[in-house]
Unconditional design. Structure first.
Length: 304
């Protein structure tokens, strides 16, 4: 299996969609299909289960993904470090973040960058939900750490830094607050508070669906612009909100409860930067972000 085939396999293992994988790698869907079939013939067993509607990893495929990811990661880090050393790291970085826990990570990495590269400074910005990619598109940021997935022209998705289980923030007196866990089906029994603005479609489809897996309509509650509005809306009984599980540590207040999901996707956080290409300072900062998450239990991607 050559390096390009490994890249195709790992991209499909993450996207679980042939078209998105092709777009991400700038190749055709038939090239993706051919590469996977070639790998499966060589190995002698299927790596993916395919239907007309879904693509899933087989147990063998999951094992191969888990075995390859650390090697891919080390390979990329080695290349990134070589680029950084060749170009040097200077200047000011504009770095955005979307949540308090992303802010904590960004500030730790910023301190490490300043300590390591005296000529480099970092200016941080909080990303607002009504325009989550605006600062990046307008060139006011060099990179940002925020929710994935994002499939937008002009924006490159870097590494996933950590995967977070999801929870549902509900009014303390709501029937769902009495449960030990909730499912995606339960969203049909409450009004879902959603952000207004230019939210990436992939994020909306993944984390704020319009229908449950069985096809039930998920009612919409009030819309918000700033996150600080959400706990107050929930406490007032006006709806529920899908959040990262650790939001209970940052946003707990009287009148709300946090109930974990026992199904559905994780809430992934990663790095985004303009597709014009990362500078040496950006590459150095991303390397430090990775190192920071490595050092913290529970933050590293489960598959890496």
């Amino acid at each position: 299996m050559d390096l390009r085939d490994i890249e195709i396999f790992l991209a499909l293992a993450e996207e679980l969609h042939f078209g998105r994988t092709a777009d991400r790698l700038h190749i055709t869907a038939s090239r993706v299909s051919h590469a996977i079939k070639k790998q499966e013939r060589r190995i002698g067993a299927p790596l993916f289960e395919r239907t007309s509607r879904t693509v899933r990893l087989t147990p063998l495929g999951k094992q191969l993904r888990d075995d390859l990811l650390p090697a891919r990661r080390q390979f990329q880090q080695a290349l990134d470090r070589a680029v950084v050393e060749a170009r040097g790291v200077t200047g000011q970085l504009g770095v955005g973040y979307s949540t308090p826990w992303c802010a904590d990570l960004v500030h730790r990495a910023a301190k490490a960058l300043r300590d390591r590269h005296v000529g480099c400074t970092v200016q941080t910005y909080e990303i607002q939900f009504d325009d989550p990619l605006g600062l990046l598109r307008r060139g006011e940021l060099d990179l940002q750490v925020s929710e994935l997935p994002v499939h937008e022209i002009g924006i490159t998705t870097g590494p996933v830094l950590f995967r977070e289980p999801r929870a549902l923030m509900v009014p303390a007196g709501h029937a769902l607050a009495q449960l030990g866990s909730v499912s995606l089906q339960d969203l049909a029994d409450a009004q879902l508070i959603t952000p207004r603005g230019n939210i990436p479609k992939a994020v909306l489809d993944t984390h704020l669906p319009t229908h449950t897996p069985s096809g039930r309509l998920i009612p919409r509650g009030p819309a918000y612009t700033f996150w600080s509005e959400v706990p107050a809306l929930v406490a007032a009984g006006l709806g529920v909100s899908v959040v990262a599980a650790r939001a209970a540590r940052y946003h707990d207040r009287p009148g709300v409860a946090f109930v974990p999901f026992h199904d559905g996707p994780s809430l992934d956080y990663g790095v985004l930067w303009p597709s014009t290409g990362p500078s040496s300072a950006v590459l150095a900062f991303v390397d430090l972000l990775r190192g920071t998450t490595d050092a913290e239990d529970g933050e590293r991607p489960q598959s890496e």
